[in-house]
Design a protein around this ligand. Structure first.
Ligand SMILES: C[S@@+](CC[C@H](N)C(=O)[O-])C[C@H]1O[C@@H](n2cnc3c(N)ncnc32)[C@H](O)[C@@H]1O
Length: 253
């Protein structure tokens, strides 16, 4: 991937990470991540979450991603973590190498999320924690004004076309149970709409959306939805909720 694309992706991942910040805080606190030695993130992308983990908790943080260019970007951007190229289906680690294995916005993108989860379990110490920090479910998306439901449907189609599973979120609990994890807790991030719009965030969102929708809708229609969206945010009437699930469970003893 080109440097410019990686920088754009990095900005987007930074925004995504703000959406799930509260749940990361809660999960990290509840598993007492502070006292752990080694934490793995599978599908670490440009390193947003791995960098947060190593910098906040001064522990050994390792990120693995199948995309070499993302790994190089993350390495150059965050000297506090170790980044390796690798496939989550076949992690390049010995069994029980980590205290915690986490992922964030990964499982919807993979063909066999159960296989990735099984690998995360394999490389985690018995009794260690497996965390899926955020997995969206676009099938439960709520839009207001309702005209913008078309955008949501377009996004689902675009994700399907890219080989992703837009409905992954709702399967997370089943995936964790099938992986024989114990002390499983799953839930959903809440939503809150208040304050002024963040122009940069909205622009970044539409950059991705316009690209995703370009094969499905004519350009003037996309532009019309962009205007409706913008006006609704400005008036404070916009509601946009994509249910985003999380799950935590312990590797079997
Ligand atoms: C949406 S990005 C999320 C990046 C990062 N977790 C974050 O939240 O900022 C998903 C990442 O998963 C990686 N990925 C997809 N399939 C993978 C696999 N089989 N093994 C490892 N990484 C994978 C992609 O290359 C991409 O960087």
């Amino acid at each position: 991937m080109q440097q410019e694309t990686l920088e754009r992706l990095h900005s987007r991942y930074l925004i995504q990470a703000t959406w799930s910040a509260s749940i990361r805080e809660q999960l990290f606190d509840s598993i007492q991540i502070q006292g752990k030695d080694k934490v793995l993130e599978v599908g670490s992308g440009t390193g947003v979450v791995s960098a947060e983990i190593s910098q906040r908790f001064s522990l050994e943080s390792v990120g693995v991603d199948i995309d070499r260019s993302a790994v190089t970007f993350a390495h150059n951007n965050d000297p506090t973590s170790l980044y390796l190229a690798g496939d989550g289906n076949n992690l390049p680690f010995q069994p029980a190498a980590f205290d915690v294995a986490a992922c964030h916005f990964l499982l919807l993108w993979v063909e066999n999320p159960d296989k990735i989860l099984a690998e995360m379990v394999r490389v985690t110490k018995p009794g260690g924690w497996i965390l899926a920090l955020a997995e969206p479910d676009y099938g439960g998306r709520i839009d207001y004004p309702r005209e913008l439901e078309t955008v949501g449907q377009g996004q689902i189609q675009a994700l399907l076309d890219q080989g992703a599973n837009p409905y992954l979120g709702r399967t997370l609990s089943a995936l964790f149970h099938s992986a024989q994890l114990t002390e499983i807790r799953t839930g959903l991030l809440g939503g809150e709409w208040q304050g002024s719009i963040d122009e940069d965030q909205l622009e970044s969102e539409w950059e991705t959306l316009a690209q995703d929708l370009s094969d499905l809708l004519p350009a003037d229609e996309i532009e019309r939805f962009r205007r409706i969206d913008h006006e609704a945010w400005e008036m404070g009437t916009r509601v946009l909720f994509v249910p985003t699930f999380y799950a935590a469970g312990r590797a079997p003893l």
